[in-house]
Each structure stands twice: as C-alpha cells, then as structure tokens.
Design a protein around this ligand. Structure first.
Ligand code: URA
Length: 188
C-alpha cells in the first residue's frame, strides 16, 4: 500500500522524521534524487559525511565512482534515481542496524512505488540484504538478475568497496554492462 501519494508529501515526512535514533545526529535528510520516472534505480546503504552535509545521495568519493559508471553506460545521473536504505547518516559511517533500516524502509518502498522502475540495482550487501534477501552473499550473487514482482533486481558491489579493493572494479563494470543490455531489451 502506498502511504504517501505524491513526492511533496513523502519528502516532507522524511524531513521531519524521528522514527529512529539516526535523526538526532543528521544535518540533512538525504531523501534521494534523480528522474522520478526513471527505468533504473540505484539503492545504496546510507549517507556519508558529504551526503549529510549537502542533502544529496552519492556525492562523495564513492558517489563519484557511481556517477562515472552511470556515465559509462551512456546515462547521466539525472536519468536514473538514486536513494539509500537509510536517509540519515549513521555515526562514523557504520552499517545501519536492523531497527534503523526497518524504520526507514517504508519511505524507500514508497519511492519505488512512485517511480516504478524496471530495474533496481542494490549497491552492496546492506542494500541487497534489506531489499532482496537477508541471507545472500554479495560475492556469490552479484551480477545476477532476480525477477521479482515485475522488477528486475540486481545486486552488485558498493562503489566504496572498489576504493578498498581494486580487483572489484572489473566485475563491477561487467555488472554495469549487463544493466545497459537489460535496459536496451526493456526499452525496445
Ligand atoms: N554510500 C552510500 O551507501 N550512500 C551514499 O549516498 C553515499 C555513500
């Protein structure tokens, strides 16, 4: 069921949200940004320092990598929609806990319902576990398509993982090429 029927209402509720403790330390709520009719949506983990400061998703170092990969498949950030599992920065960039993710995911689900993307890419284990399956192993399932309720879901590495481990760059790029191919098929 869709709780917030329009973006204005949804954003307003996110901005005043105090459903979990992360709200206490935030500078800005990072709701998400991009094309509200995007066929392709990316879901990350949660805002980092730059995102908290600016109120925009994926604008720090990992975000620059994501932007490059999006441009690498012939798209711009404005063509896709980018959001996170939690909308407020976890202290020290720790992984959001179950309570925080569960408090926040209602907003993300509502965003998905408004956007109705064809493809949802989960960036990293946190997004994959909350959106697809809590027991999956990212290294085993990345790059695989999961057909669920009319959405094509794909887990891939979080771009921050590429900054720590160069060897993940090639598989990450392979996954982006699969996304490009799937979009072509869908749009034909
Ligand atoms: N990492 C994330 O998971 N999300 C962001 O928005 C930025 C960094």
């Amino acid at each position: 069921m869709m709780k917030w029927l329009d973006w204005e209402n949804l954003k307003k509720h996110c901005e005043i949200c105090t459903q979990c403790g992360l709200s206490r330390n935030r500078t800005n709520v990072v709701v998400g940004e991009g094309n509200p009719n995007a066929p392709l949506m990316f879901i990350g983990e949660g805002p980092g320092a730059e995102e908290d400061r600016t109120g925009r998703p994926f604008v720090g170092k990992a975000g620059q990598l994501l932007t490059k990969a999006i441009e690498g498949i012939g798209l711009a950030r404005e063509d896709v929609y980018i959001a996170n599992i939690v909308k407020c920065r976890p202290p020290g960039n720790r992984v959001p806990n179950l309570e925080e993710a569960q408090a926040c995911i209602q907003y993300l689900r509502n965003q998905v319902m408004l956007i109705k993307p064809k493809i949802i890419v989960c960036l990293g284990a946190t997004a994959m576990r909350h959106v697809i399956d809590p027991n999956m192993q990212i290294s085993k399932v990345r790059g695989e398509w999961i057909d669920r309720k009319g959405y094509w879901l794909m887990p891939t590495y979080h771009p921050a993982a590429l900054l720590r481990d160069e060897s993940k760059k090639i598989p990450f790029w392979e996954d982006f090429k699969k996304i490009r191919e799937k979009l072509k098929v869908i749009e034909d």
